[in-house]
Design a protein around this ligand. Structure first.
Ligand code: AMP
Length: 279
């Protein structure tokens, strides 16, 4: 595994590999790696000649500076896991390599994706995500980009970014990896106590209950019941919603045929957790 910290050196190396005809798969992460991330590395390894993983905790996507400060960092273990998994290249840029002095910001037209769900509760978050992913795609120029369904709305945002910027990269969405308990794996789970981890499984259970109980017609009561269940277990709920799986427009009345996704975001003792199920 080769480790790069300098953008120019990575670009030079990858240009040579591309000229040899090698296909590249890219897994951007913020580190504190777990089996969810590793599953993306595995998929990329199966489908490409070279797999590149970046670890960069992007300051511009944190709407809450305290959340940025508290974001877990386990870099030595991350490098160990990537080496063990056979990742070819790790990119560990300092902030100034991603945002050199004088970097200008552009506004990405994300439409409804920016105002619903995560967009509503984390203002500016997806502009920050677009900024960093646009920059990373410009540097790495991968054939394929590996993303986790766990961040459903982020996958849609990045697909839109790729379309908006005419980037010749194919996004690949990979299934959410879960603990045996059903809890979606997340770097933020490290900040939960053993008891909180047990409680946290209620998010997935609540989404599964929606999946089981959903019927065409008004969905208001189903959503309210789900949010109340989480509140009763000690969560502070941002949302439990049901949306059109292709546009993410919220659905209050279901015609029985529109494909749906149910999504939730809730805090458990200051740790914000998200999950979703395609219905
Ligand atoms: P992050 O480090 O949280 O920015 O995540 C980096 C990538 O890993 C994103 O594409 C995430 O959607 C993906 N990811 C995070 N958790 C999981 C999971 N439990 N299963 C699958 N992919 C995941």
């Amino acid at each position: 595994m080769i480790l790069f910290k300098k953008t120019a050196e990575l670009i030079e190396y990858l240009t040579i590999q591309r000229k040899k005809g090698l296909k590249t798969g890219f897994v951007p992460t913020m580190g504190a790696l777990h089996n969810g991330h590793i599953s993306l590395i595995d998929d990329s390894k199966k489908q490409n000649d070279l797999t590149i993983c970046s670890i960069f905790v992007n300051p511009t996507q944190f709407n809450d500076p305290a959340d940025f400060k508290k974001y877990p960092k386990t870099i030595e273990n991350d490098v160990y896991l990537l080496e063990k998994e056979g990742c070819d290249i790790i990119f560990l840029p300092p902030v100034e390599e991603i945002y050199p002095p004088g970097t200008s910001t552009i506004h990405y037209e994300l439409g409804v994706l920016e105002t619903v769900l995560e967009g509503k509760f984390r203002p500016g978050h997806f502009q920050g995500v677009c900024q960093v992913v646009h920059r990373l795609l410009d540097i790495v120029k991968p054939d394929k980009l590996y993303l986790g369904q766990k961040d459903y709305q982020q996958c849609m945002v990045i697909r839109k970014l790729i379309a908006l910027t005419n980037t010749p990269t194919q996004p690949i969405i990979c299934a959410t990896q879960r603990e045996a308990s059903g809890l979606a794996m997340s770097s933020r789970n490290m900040r939960l106590s053993d008891n909180e981890r047990k409680t946290a499984t209620a998010i997935y259970e609540t989404l599964q209950a929606i999946q089981k109980d959903i019927q065409p017609g008004n969905l208001q009561k189903l959503k309210e019941k789900a949010a109340l269940t989480l509140t009763a277990k000690g969560f502070t709920v941002d949302y439990v919603e049901i949306a059109d799986a292709t546009t993410l427009e919220l659905i209050d009345n279901w015609n029985g045929s529109t494909p749906l996704v149910t999504l939730a975001a809730a805090f458990l003792n200051n740790v914000r957790l998200i999950d979703n199920i395609i219905l």
